[in-house]
Design a protein around this ligand. Structure first.
Ligand SMILES: [Fe+2]
Length: 580
């Protein structure tokens, strides 16, 4: 049957390669160009996919790409438009006419695709792909929300399920309810881009002087700082009508209404109103969808699915049974989604075994050693890296941890991670000061051994939750021990670790033997504002620049002799101080 190459050339561009219904490789361009949420055509990602599989461009006969609405087609025709918006959105460039630009964006992205925009997108993409060396291929253009739905449906563990997509806007839509039955996706309802909950939350992010399409998680955390107010005028901005959402105002009018509220309200109160509105409307939409389909196994994707608190409310109050949130839920997952959809047309009853997110590049021991030499670094040999790593953590140190293939999606899940004690608030402060610079109201997240989920989480429902896509409440009696990874309301976004990453699991088991703790703080291995590190070279550079004491890459331990951070943290965690 051969290969299917998926590409996405918009916000967080990337590529994914499938072969006979198996995902071989997937990556986003940001990891290679080192520009967060890159928007350039994914040439480097395509190269990385083909290099991994040792395939030449001439051997690729099927290419899938997502989205062909007017806004996307225009950026294919004039790529400079994308760059300007990227610079303004990331606050690298001050826009001359903020509100005019905002209005144009809202207007243009809301226009539905037509036969003409699809044809033009096709011509432009074929031209570009030929230009970079592809020859005999057929291009499939996949609708934006179908690509999101394909990720959620085919990567979920369910054979039949209710599938929802929720995002800002794509191909004129902002949400859909679909069914996965007998390997086929069927659309039941679509919500227009004019009625977008995603755009609503994007506008709130923008009005809080944060970066839209990037800082929505910060808004969600800021909401925790508010005094819950009984009156929430934003609840009237939307009604849920069966399987669709209806907005009371056009996006432009909603922007003005929100602007007025933002002017009157404290920031955290404004964020709280937005968050509560999003949660309430999504729960209602999911409830209606499940009532209609009677299929209680539910999967979802789309940018709004990154809101783990809304996901938590959906899990608790929509009536679903089992759930799956695709870990690369935003537009960065569209390359894989479009490839999966096209592949599903070729394989009857296709099911993907998506058990882990480690779909990126890995590096050999030789490559790591050679790179270390270039940095004048020498490594220590140690019997078991998992034991040594556990001892470093148990002594209260921060550990930079780099193993195997890089994670696909926004979360570090134990292959490009910075680890520390989940109890240690000081480590959290130091991480923020030196490297991460997260807002003070943003908690870090933990990795928890799966077996301890019931013991630590108040509202655990038995679902696996391996990808940090779901919010839970930490049991009140456990919060002190997990202070560095618990939000002010007791919530957390854990990775529940089973056997999908054995080296990481061994590390945690050894740490548990030493300390009694079954969870660690796990944050992404990167500098503030940069993407996750991809290569050993980037890892060494962060290690030396930040001055952290310990780095483990593959089987090698690197120590930074000049780091005074070792002393600072020595023995701040009392070993065996508690059993969790
Ligand atoms: Fe999207």
């Amino acid at each position: 049957m051969g290969y299917v190459l998926g590409i996405w050339d918009g916000h967080d561009s990337g590529a994914a390669l499938l072969q006979d219904g198996k995902i071989l490789f997937a990556i986003n361009e940001e990891r290679l160009t080192r520009r967060k949420l890159e928007i350039l055509f994914p040439e480097l990602s395509i190269e990385a996919c083909l290099n991994y599989a040792k395939v030449k461009k001439e051997e690729i006969n099927i290419i899938a790409a997502a989205t062909y609405d007017l806004a996307k087609t225009l950026t294919r025709l004039f790529p400079g438009l994308k760059e300007n918006y990227y610079q303004v959105r990331r606050k690298k460039k001050y826009p001359s006419y903020v509100e005019t630009q905002k209005k144009w964006k809202l207007f243009l992205t809301g226009i539905r695709p037509t036969h003409f925009t699809k044809k033009l997108s096709e011509i432009l993409l074929i031209r570009k792909l030929r230009h970079i060396g592809f020859k005999n291929f057929q291009l499939f253009l996949v609708d934006h929300h179908t690509a999101h739905a394909a990720c959620a449906a085919y990567c979920s563990p369910f054979s039949d399920s209710t599938v929802l997509t929720i995002d800002g806007v794509g191909d004129g839509l902002s949400a859909s309810v679909q069914l996965l039955q007998n390997g086929k996706l069927t659309s039941l309802a679509k919500t227009s881009a004019q009625d977008s909950l995603g755009v609503f939350f994007e506008l709130i992010t923008f009005l809080l002087n944060m970066r839209e399409l990037e800082d929505e998680g910060k808004v969600m955390c800021l909401a925790d700082m508010a005094h819950p107010d009984l009156k929430n005028p934003m609840l009237d901005f939307f009604t849920v009508d069966g399987l669709t959402v209806k907005a009371a105002y056009s996006p432009e009018k909603m922007f003005l209404k929100l602007k007025e509220l933002a002017f009157k309200l404290p920031w955290e109160q404004f964020a709280w109103m937005g968050q509560k509105t999003l949660e309430a409307k999504l729960v209602e939409l999911f409830k209606n969808a499940l009532n209609k389909t009677q299929l209680l196994d539910t999967s979802w994707a789309g940018g709004v699915a990154s809101n783990i608190k809304a996901n938590q409310k959906i899990r608790l109050f929509s009536g679903l049974k089992n759930w799956f949130v695709f870990p690369h839920m935003g537009d960065g997952g569209l390359a894989l989604g479009s490839a999966l959809y096209v592949q599903s047309l070729m394989i009857p009853n296709m099911k993907i075994s998506f058990t882990d997110p480690y779909l990126g590049p890995s590096f050999t021991e030789d490559e790591i050693a050679k790179t270390a030499k270039n940095f004048n670094l020498t490594y220590k040999s140690t019997g078991s890296i998992e034991q040594k790593g556990a001892e470093i953590l148990a002594d209260g140190n921060i550990l930079l941890w780099f193993q195997g293939r890089m994670e696909y999606g926004p979360r570090a899940l134990g292959n490009r991670s910075i680890l520390a004690s989940a109890e240690n608030q000081e480590a959290k402060t130091l991480l923020n000061k030196i490297l991460k610079r997260r807002s003070w109201f943003q908690p870090f997240c933990p990795t928890i051994l799966f077996e301890s989920a019931n013991h630590l989480l108040e509202d655990w429902d038995g679902n696996p939750s391996p990808f940090m896509t779901m919010g839970y409440q930490i049991k009140p009696e456990q919060r002190k021990k997990m202070e560095a990874v618990t939000g002010p309301d007791g919530s957390s976004r854990p990775q529940l670790l089973q056997n999908e990453n054995l080296i990481y699991r061994n590390l945690l088991e050894n740490y548990q033997k030493l300390t009694g703790y079954s969870s660690v703080l796990n944050t992404s291995f990167n500098r503030h504002g940069e993407p996750l590190v991809c290569s050993p070279e980037q890892a060494f550079s962060v290690f030396l620049e930040a001055g952290f004491p310990y780095l483990i890459i593959g089987p090698y331990l690197f120590e930074n002799p000049n780091s005074d951070l070792v002393k600072k943290f020595k023995n701040t965690v009392s070993r065996k101080s508690c059993v969790s």
